[in-house]
Design a binder for this molecule. Structure first.
Ligand code: ADP
Ligand code: MG
Length: 304
């Protein structure tokens, strides 16, 4: 490979909002045969909104206050429900939001916990909440209804009691399906790996025309990295095996971005994802990802 052609390729990419950290990335990308995608914020818009509420409205307000401390797309959807007036009436004597929040800890791929107005609040994956909270009502039916419609269920516990489940809807990006088809035409197999509920992931995969065999939900951050490492090992044993790219945006994707041959952080990604990736984007959606792979094919043709 001539370094000049690669540098020209890197420069061209940068003008299109695609930042390649080192020259050899293009060479590896031209041999990609699997692209593993994170779902939330990558294939979907990550502009989530609360679609259903089952249970206590007060718990939702306390959760909204806690989530104002987080940048996760789910947190932003819940924080938008915050009504300071309502919270004041319900919890009483509240001054500044900042003064009533303490001990906030976010758990990547699970949820967030903290103290709000003296109450211990946990918000996150129903399975994770169930590990520490007793259920005051049966949530299985509410959860099944939400996931059946492709909405992500988020549970809220207050002082160790499960008090509410909210459904969060996240529209699929309009252009995701089109670029997935373009990648398939170039011999690339897309895979979805997500920490979200498996039913929700199955719903999104079917909307995007991805076979259920290549869509996995309920995957932890470590699980994402292990999946990518395993796939990479299998590809390396196979003489004709291609490279693995991972595309993600979250703190929960950082280890998998590192484990892949090429890590790609999409626009708006968390700082940890930008640091772990070999390439990062400043344009939203899958178009720059497609342009990057297509461009790498073009550059390598010139080089050889
Ligand atoms: P993805 O892999 O699709 O990007 P994440 O790994 O970021 O999803 O999140 C997985 C799951 O963890 C979410 O579907 C949600 O249930 C829960 N979760 C993570 N962070 C939060 C948070 N700040 N508030 C509520 N739930 C959260
Ligand atoms: Mg994500």
């Amino acid at each position: 490979a001539t370094p000049l052609a690669l540098s020209v390729g890197v420069g061209q990419a940068a003008r299109r909002g695609i930042y390649v950290k080192h020259d050899d990335v293009l060479e590896a990308l031209a041999q990609v045969s699997w692209v593993v995608f994170d779902k939330t914020g990558t294939l979907t818009r990550g502009e989530m909104a609360v679609t259903d509420v089952v249970g206590s409205a007060e718990a939702v307000q306390l959760a909204a206050a806690l989530e104002s401390q987080s940048n996760h797309p789910i947190a932003r959807a819940l924080a938008a429900e915050l009504d300071a007036q309502k919270l004041r009436e319900r919890v009483g004597g509240l001054q500044n939001l900042r003064d009533i929040l303490s001990d906030t800890v976010e758990h990547a791929g699970k949820g967030i916990e903290g103290v709000v107005g003296g109450r211990k609040i946990c918000v996150g994956k129903p399975d994770w909440i169930a590990e520490t909270a007793v259920s005051s009502f049966s949530v299985d039916e509410a959860v099944a209804q939400m996931t059946g419609r492709g909405h992500t269920p988020v549970a809220i516990s207050v002082d160790g009691k499960l008090e509410a489940v909210v459904g969060i809807g996240d529209p699929i990006r309009d252009e995701s399906a089109k670029f997935l088809r373009e990648l398939e035409r170039r011999g690339v197999q897309p895979v979805i790996l997500s920490g979200d509920h498996p039913e929700v992931v199955a719903h999104v995969a079917s909307e995007l025309g991805i076979d259920a065999r290549f869509a996995h939900g309920g995957v932890s951050p470590e699980g994402k990295a292990a999946f990518v490492s395993d796939l990479r090992e299998r590809q390396q044993q196979d003489a004709s095996g291609g490279r693995i790219a991972m595309v993600g945006d979250g703190v929960n994707d950082a280890a998998a971005l590192q484990a892949a041959d090429i890590g790609i952080a999409v626009d708006g990604g968390a700082e940890a994802s930008l640091v772990a990736a070999d390439v990062f984007m400043t344009r939203p959606g899958l178009e720059p990802v497609y342009e990057l792979i297509e461009g790498s094919h073009r550059v390598m043709k010139v080089v050889h």
